[in-house]
Design a protein around this ligand. Structure first.
Ligand SMILES: Nc1ncnc2c1ncn2[C@@H]1O[C@H](COP(=O)(O)OP(=O)(O)O)[C@@H](O)[C@H]1O
Ligand SMILES: [Mg+2]
Length: 1024
């Protein structure tokens, strides 16, 4: 019975098993010598597989075999092993005989890991409405075996026998489903390059002693993408000056004087290569090298290069599930900087693909988006304290907005960390990327002598070199990529010539025309490819940088085996290379240079391109069905360039939502605009109207956050128009709320209140309590800030009631914070503190550090007003500690100023000086003018107290100048008062009067009562 089934499976396998193996198994043809050698054996067992296959109809069973067994066979073949035997539910594979490689154990390990993954991915089988997940148990063992053919002349089999085989099978039997168990010898041979569990002793059938076994986990990842290329490159010419600049910067970075470098120059001039050469320096070995790439098809994708970098920091591969990602990230953060553990959810958000709804997004504050980038920055810098960092971002001309902003932020604080930033780009740089203090390296063409040397090195035949060198020098114009392309062309010409008339090159190369741009020569090389191959290269170019084999297979409908053969051929011509270190789980190739991808892509007819994009989009939808949110940016890109407009709108919109969820508002704006553009060209029926109104609303939200308020207002009005047309109440109330927020942001409280009230009416109509609470709170705050304190208070109380009723705690914390502001305004200090503290305890519960640090600052201010200096100081300090934790150095600066003010009251001048200088350092770093003005003002007051009149005068004037430039009238007025006061002490009566009057005028004009009493009093005294 069992026998029969095995043969049956074997038959089904036939198409997938390498010819040599099947023939060996089935016919035992040919004769191989019996030999004794070290081999590595894998046993794989997929539990219950045959039983399952039995329950299904034959068609379904075949499909399962296709999806599960076929990849296994392919994987083993790819890694150079062979299938030896099929067993009931599994198989035995052998590495090391009859063909051996020096790294057979590693190959076996790698193959096993891939197989586990492949089964995890493809082994979900639906029976009725239950899903069964198949899992493999794998055992690997290495050791001496005897191999060869045994059997009669009628039925021979290639066999491997020995204790090693038996133990390997036992290991498999003892493995947990989904896991790989390996023996001691295998462990010894692979331990350097794989992560493996601690050893464990196991009782094994047929063995007297316990055996030592290990669980194989993963292949260690090489952190640098450059690693793989390192050894395969040609001679490096020139660039000594540039390397020197880089080395110097590397040195400085090593001493914690962070450096930023920009390398620019045309395509192929050698930007990437120069960076590669730097990483070969011995000092570079002391650094962690992290790199990310930007590409033309990821220009809108939020944090595209940073995701690559953080994925490497966290040691994550894209295919693991979310729970695992979260755990891994947490563990890693614990090692890098435990004080960031509270925020690990933010980090997993960067790498996961959670998409929030608009309402959830509207609840996030502007501060939260600062927090997000602050955290990323903090982690990066903390990581550098383990080992210095080189961070490489290539092809920045295509950087997405969120990444660009992040880089700009980081570069401002770089100077005190052991970090070296390197950006490379082609001119022109569309995006504004001002990296603070970056050194600029502009790569110019190689000199003729250098070009000559390179040519000589690259062309092996002296005859051809002599014939061609002058032509190459004049055409290539010192561009190394151009030189390489020309020589590849020559090489191919030579090969075809060799077939006809070997050795007679003069004739052929005398009239050899070199096209005059690097593009045309590469195109000519592509044109020489046989039709089928060219087609594959073109189709691959639509996929982008990574040519994922599985995807390419789907759009070409070729068999994997055929496809891989073609890829190998393209590899031979140096158009593509196999990708090893990218975090994609699937086997993939990459273009040797973006040039090739660009040319191939541009050669496609628009119509063909569009249809390929459609095909790819559809194939991706199918392949990534369960994790589609992870791929929305890619899907948006493909469908945007396809004929399927409906899907384009759908995915662009989703990509926008995802960007907003990651606080990447500029990226979101791009996605929404693209989707609107497409939508407005289609016929607007009900569904499209709903979409349009939603997208306009979301677009406006993003715009208002980044300060594009005019555009936001226009788009909110459009959104309003569409939802009214559609009678969509839910959305209408959201839009009206957005309008209210927008006017609130610019201090137009009356208008804000009007919109909030309209929104409130509708949310009452649709009975959305949560939204109601939120809007009422907004109305309350608007009244407060307009000066209608009592009305404001009434609304806040109402909101409070609803929040408590529906247990909306996060919102409740905000309401309480606003209540605190109210009590502070009306002088009920105790109640203010009480409200703040309640709010604080909720924020603590939700680990909302921004709110916490905010509230503590507020509490400090109240205590300061109450002249409870010690409590004020302690709260300011707590706020600073929290801001430090989240990398919010701006808030630290503000609180340093407060501390300075507090200590000044106590005449503790040393403390004052200390805090002032801390604040000054921060605001200088951030180039924050108003912060600096606060610092100067405080310095002025300090000098006044120390009776340094001239210094004091200087600082006051410096700060007044900034306040007036920045339009901060309140502070301007206050500083004139301080200046006047100093002049009285200095007994410069006339000038004192003049400045006090200026102060009075300004403060009166903006309608504050602050200081007016004091000024009056002082002016009266002066008159006497
Ligand atoms: N100074 C050099 N000497 C020799 N080969 C070089 C040099 N600079 C670049 N190359 C080679 O030229 C090709 C293109 O260089 P690359 O660094 O990829 O260009 P870019 O990044 O500027 O587009 C690569 O194959 C690279 O190895
Ligand atoms: Mg490059």
């Amino acid at each position: 019975m069992k026998e029969k089934k095995e043969n049956n499976i074997l038959e089904l396998f036939k198409p997938y098993v390498p010819e040599a193996v099947t023939s060996r198994i089935l016919e035992g043809k040919g004769s191989l010598p019996s030999e004794r050698s070290e081999v590595t054996i894998i046993f794989i067992d997929i539990r219950g597989f045959t039983k399952l296959a039995d329950q299904l109809d034959p068609e379904k069973a075949t499909e399962i075999i296709n999806n599960i067994f076929a990849p296994i066979v392919g994987i083993i073949d790819n890694h150079g092993g062979s299938i030896n035997k099929f067993l009931g539910d599994g198989l035995m594979a052998v590495f090391g005989t009859p063909f051996s490689h020096e790294d057979d154990p590693e190959r076996a390990a790698r193959a096993s890991i891939e197989i586990t993954k492949s089964i995890e991915e493809n082994g979900k089988i639906k029976i009725g409405n239950k899903v069964k997940s198949l899992k493999a148990r794998i055992g690997i063992n290495t050791g001496l075996c005897i191999s060869g053919e045994i059997g009669s002349s009628i039925r021979k089999e290639f066999t491997v026998i020995g204790d090693t085989v038996n133990l390997s099978s036992r290991l498999q039997a003892n493995a947990i489903p989904g896991k790989i168990l390996i023996g001691e010898k295998t462990f010894q041979r692979i331990k350097d390059n794989f992560t493996i569990s601690f050893p464990r002793k196991l009782k094994v059938k047929g063995k007297k002693d316990l055996v030592t076994v290990y669980t194989l986990k993963a292949e260690k990842k090489k952190i640098s993408f450059l690693e793989q290329k390192k050894n395969s490159h040609s001679l490096f010419m020139g660039r000594q000056k540039e390397l020197l600049v880089l080395k110097e910067a590397l040195n400085k970075s090593y001493q914690s004087k962070g450096q930023a470098i920009e390398i620019s120059g045309e395509l192929g001039i050698g930007k990437s290569r120069l960076i590669l050469e730097l990483t070969k320096e011995s000092l570079a070995k002391e650094f962690n090298i992290l790199s990310g790439n930007c590409s033309s098809w990821e220009e809108s994708k939020p944090y595209a290069p940073l995701k690559e970098i953080f994925t490497k920091i966290f040691g994550i591969k894209f295919d693991v599930n979310l729970k695992k990602i979260e755990r891994k990230i947490e563990n890693k953060i614990r090692k890098i900087d435990p004080s960031l553990l509270f925020a690990s959810s933010y980090f997993s958000r960067l790498l996961s693909s959670k998409i929030k709804s608009l309402e959830e997004i509207m609840e996030q504050s502007k501060e939260e988006s600062n927090l997000f980038t602050g955290l990323l920055k903090k982690l990066l810098f903390s990581f550098s304290s383990q080992k210095p960092l080189i961070i490489i971002i290539e092809d920045v001309q295509w950087i997405d907005d969120a990444s660009a902003e992040f880089l700009i932020q980081c570069s401002k604080e770089l100077k005190t960390y052991p970090v070296m930033f390197i950006c490379s780009f082609r001119e022109p740089l569309k995006k504004k990327l001002y990296i603070a203090g970056a050194k600029r390296i502009i790569l110019s063409p190689l000199k003729n002598a250098e070009t000559d040397k390179l040519i000589k090195y690259l062309i092996k035949e002296n005859d051809i070199y002599k014939l061609m060198k002058d032509k190459i020098i004049t055409t290539a114009n010192g561009n190394p990529l151009f030189i390489e392309e020309i020589i590849r062309g020559i090489e191919e010409k030579k090969l075809s010539a060799d077939k006809d008339k070997p050795g007679n090159y003069a004739e052929i190369f005398e009239n050899f025309q070199i096209p005059d741009t690097v593009q045309s020569i590469a195109r000519a090389r592509i044109d020489l490819l046989p039709v089928g191959l060219k087609e594959i290269l073109y189709q691959g170019s639509v996929l982008g940088r990574d040519i994922e084999i599985k995807l390419l297979q789907k759009i070409t409908n070729l068999e994997v085996k055929t496809l891989l053969e073609m890829m190998k051929e393209l590899q031979k011509h140096e158009f593509i290379e196999e990708g090893k270190t990218a975090p994609e789980p699937q086997r993939h190739f990459t273009f040797t240079h973006t040039l090739i991808q660009e040319i191939a892509y541009n050669s496609l007819l628009f119509k063909t391109r569009r249809s390929l994009h459609t095909k790819i989009g559809a194939a991706m939808e199918e392949m990534y069905l369960s994790k589609i949110d992870a791929k929305v940016e890619e899907l948006a890109y493909h469908f945007k360039n396809s004929d399927d407009k409906e899907k384009a709108v759908f995915y662009l919109n989703k990509a926008g939502d995802k960007a907003q969820s990651l606080y990447a508002f500029k990226n979101a704006i791009n996605y929404y605009r693209d989707s609107i553009k497409i939508l407005e060209l289609t016929e607007l029926e009900k569904k499209q109207l709903t979409q349009l109104s939603e997208i306009y609303n979301k677009l406006a939200f993003s715009q208002s956050i980044i300060g594009e308020r005019k555009e936001a207002e226009i788009n909110l009005n459009k959104s309003l128009k569409y939802c009214k047309k559609n009678g969509d109440k839910d959305n209408e109330s959201l839009v009206l709320m957005g309008m209210g927020n927008l006017y609130g942001d610019i201090g137009k409280w009356d208008k804000a209140i009007e919109y909030f009230k309209n929104s409130l009416l509708i949310s009452e109509e649709i009975n959305n309590l949560r939204r109601k609470a939120r809007i009422i709170k907004s109305i309350g705050l608007a009244y407060l800030l307009r000066g209608d304190t009592e009305k404001g208070y009434k609304y806040l109380k109402d909101s409070l009631k609803i929040c408590e009723e529906i247990k909306a705690e996060v919102l409740l914390a905000m309401v309480l914070n606003n209540m605190g502001i109210y009590y502070d305004m009306v002088g009920e200090w105790k109640k203010a503190i009480e409200a703040y503290k309640k709010s604080l305890s909720i924020s603590k519960k939700y680990n909302n550090v921004i709110e916490m640090s905010n509230i503590m600052g507020n509490i400090g201010i109240v205590y300061s007003t109450l002249n409870n200096s010690n409590s004020a100081i302690s709260n300011y300090k707590k706020s600073i500690i929290l801001s430090e934790r989240i990398g919010d150095i701006y808030n630290q600066g503000i609180n340093f100023v407060h501390l300075g003010e507090e200590y000044l009251k106590k005449d503790k001048f040393n403390e004052v000086k200390y805090y002032i200088s801390n604040a000054e350092k921060i605001f200088k770093e951030l180039e924050d003018k108003l912060g600096l003005a606060d610092v100067y003002k405080l310095k002025g007051i300090l000098s006044k107290k120390l009776k340094n009149w001239e210094e004091s005068d200087n600082y006051f004037k410096k700060s007044i100048k900034i306040y007036s430039q920045q339009g901060d009238r309140l502070n301007e007025g206050e500083t004139y008062y301080e200046l006047g006061d100093m002049l009285i002490l200095k007994r410069d009566t006339d000038l004192a009067k003049k400045n006090l009057i200026k102060s009075q005028k300004i403060l009166r004009h903006i309608g504050t009562k602050k200081y007016l009493g004091e000024i009056e009093e002082k002016l009266n005294k002066l008159k006497k």
